[in-house]
Design a protein around this ligand. Sequence first.
Ligand SMILES: [Zn+2]
Length: 63
Amino acid sequence: MNSAQRDACPHCGWPDRAEPFQVVSRHGTAAGHTVWTRCACGSLQVRAVDASGMRVLSRGGRG
Ligand SMILES: [Zn+2]
């Protein structure tokens, strides 16, 4: 397990590894797919999901 990662939303602390509050849209890519999610606090995230797992590419501001 990669428990060294402690990525979470800087606005509300929602853990990145948890289920996203809301999935806004999903786009297929060559490697897997990109998922836009909205956090419980309103912050928009772009996540890349591929064979090696999920990582947050960018995080928007609140609201
Ligand atoms: Zn948040």
